[in-house]
Write a protein that binds this ligand. Structure first.
Ligand SMILES: O=C(O)CCC(=O)C(=O)O
Ligand SMILES: [Fe+2]
Length: 537
């Protein structure tokens, strides 16, 4: 059973706060200048091998499409080129030529290995074909149109190798079968109605959304070019890695190795002068340090505030578990309280969404910041932060995140204190081994218990108690040591929404001092208790 308590619900209306500069591609075609026509003629023949549909209604790559171009296709070509900033003189012929050498790797959400590869120039050519076929030529490219057009272009370019491995999908479905997981597996997110579906072969598919390796959502055609700077210098000759994310799902970071760094230049951290970046601690479960996420004063402010809190629902008191905050759990002996409204809590929640690759902060997807206090010997035994499909218990909320339900998706744990090497208080991931340890050096639990007892470090705990066993795990499994200002991210769900059972973790018994920490929980959709939340049928 996860840490209970969704936290008091502040209100039932959606609060939308735009986090990032909304990069809507808004290029008004006011003056069809010579340059546009130059590029128009330069590229007028270049796209004829793109997005071709054969008579059996399957996409074919590399075959020639009908060369007859309508004026709509001219408009598409001009508008895409203009969206790249070329008409504004930002990019000249040389830049366009250089796009040919820029490779783009497409990954399925959460996959470190790419499933397909193309060049930027091919993608641009295919984009205007796709926009034309979808009747979406315009000098104003809405973000959702861009996503639909990109989905269609990638379906054509790499759809033969980028497809879903889910049981109910085949190679034939290509990328569309991945982007649209079907009505039973597509949670209705806050922006669901804005999605622009793609009609193909008599079927309508929901589009993917596309993110850079750092998690930024592609919002306009020009982001394909500005995204390049995120990757410079081109690693392994692939200059831009894009991640296709299924409709209804969220971007999940996809490192290839422990220790890998992922910079988050779009996130303004605790110290605005210093960069924010992820350091990969584990691949399964996916655990990361978020370096420079928050600063000491923010942490002190949160602690001071919760200590002053007197209202029953929010004040620090013995923690409970379960979605309705009703059960005192013998295996969770900490105290907890909620900060749903302070400026620091709101700022951190917004920063958390931004770090996760959300382009909007959605209040109904977050619990209130949960403040934690652990006195000597108190702890939280290994648990998952997701609830699982417990609709039978709660009666109405649909927690089945693998379907259309909503459950906890990711946790950002904030630490406010430190306890020294042997002072406990770590967060242990009991299914993962310490990063730096060679496989031959791993210590199994019975040996870990024996050496703990020999050390006398846990003498204040009852022999044979779950707390003692937990300390032994904390010393032999992947454990994150608390430090003031340290923040750790881990996912409770897999990229397809299924619960990640390897995310089992616990708060280790505190053996020195008093621990303060906070949970920032992000759900995959509207959380339990809100009127928009998914209801079990
Ligand atoms: O205190 C910790 O280190 C972990 C806390 C935790 O996992 C929780 O409250 O859900
Ligand atoms: Fe937890």
């Amino acid at each position: 059973m996860p840490s209970g308590q969704d936290g008091p619900i502040k209100g039932t209306s959606k609060l939308w706060v735009s986090l990032s500069t909304v990069k809507k591609t808004l290029f008004v075609f006011a003056c069809p200048c010579l340059l546009a026509w130059y590029f128009h003629s330069l590229y007028s023949n270049a796209s004829e091998n793109a997005l071709n549909r054969s008579t059996d209604n399957k996409f074919r790559i590399g075959e020639s499409a009908s060369p007859a171009r309508s004026s709509a296709s001219d408009l598409c070509r001009r508008s895409i080129i203009q969206s790249l900033g070329i008409e504004a003189g930002e990019f000249g012929e040389k830049e366009m030529e250089s796009f040919e050498n820029v490779s783009i790797a497409l990954h399925l959400n959460g996959e470190s290995k790419h499933c397909g590869e193309t060049s930027l120039i091919k993608l641009i050519e295919t984009l205007y074909q796709a926009a034309n076929e979808m009747d979406q030529c315009s000098f104003i490219f809405d973000k959702y149109v861009v996503e639909a057009v990109l989905s269609r272009a990638f379906q054509n370019l790499v759809g033969q190798t980028c497809y879903s491995s889910e049981k109910d999908r085949t190679e034939e479905d290509g990328l569309y079968g991945f982007c649209d997981m079907g009505t039973n597996k597509t949670p209705i997110l806050a922006d669901h109605d804005e999605l622009v579906s793609i009609a193909y072969g008599g079927v309508k598919y929901l589009p993917c959304h596309f993110h850079t390796r750092q998690g930024r959502r592609i919002q306009g055609v020009q982001d394909l070019v500005s995204g390049l700077t995120d990757e410079a210098p081109c690693p392994d000759a692939l200059c831009l890695h894009l991640y296709a994310v299924q409709a209804g799902r969220h971007f999940v970071f996809a490192p290839g190795a422990v220790g890998e760094i992922i910079e988050l230049p779009h996130v303004m951290g605790g110290n605005p002068e210093q960069p924010v970046y992820l350091r990969t601690l584990s691949l399964s479960p996916r655990v990361f340090d978020i370096v420079n996420f928050f600063r000491l004063e923010e942490s002190q402010d949160l602690v001071a505030r919760v200590l002053k809190e007197e209202r029953e629902l929010w004040r620090l008191k013995r923690s409970t578990t379960g979605p309705d905050s009703s059960n005192v759990n013998k295996r969770r002996t900490s105290e907890s309280g909620f900060d749903t409204s302070s400026e620091s809590a709101l700022k951190l929640k917004m920063r958390g969404f931004q770090a996760l690759g959300f382009d909007d902060y959605i209040e109904t997807y977050a619990d209130g910041l949960q403040m934690l206090r652990y006195n000597l010997t108190t702890a939280y035994n290994a648990h998952h932060d997701f609830y699982g499909d417990i609709s039978a218990v709660t009666g109405h909320h649909n927690f089945n995140s693998a379907g259309v339900g909503a459950d906890r998706f990711a946790t950002i744990l904030l630490y406010m204190t430190e306890h020294g090497e042997r002072g406990g208080g770590e967060t242990v991931f009991t299914e993962a081994w310490p990063t730096e340890l060679a496989p031959g050096k791993r210590v199994e639990l019975p040996d870990a218990i024996e050496s703990l007892r020999a050390s006398g470090d846990a003498s204040m705990l009852k022999t044979g108690s779950w707390e003692e066993t937990l300390v032994a795990k904390c010393r032999s499994r992947l454990a994150v040591q608390p430090h003031p200002g340290r923040a750790v991210l881990f996912y409770s769900q897999l990229p397809n929404g299924k619960p990640d059972y390897t995310s089992l973790h616990g708060g280790c018994p505190v053996l020195a001092g008093q621990k303060y920490a906070a949970n920032l929980w992000v759900w995959n959709s509207h959380r339990h208790g809100y009127s928009e939340a998914p209801i079990h049928p």
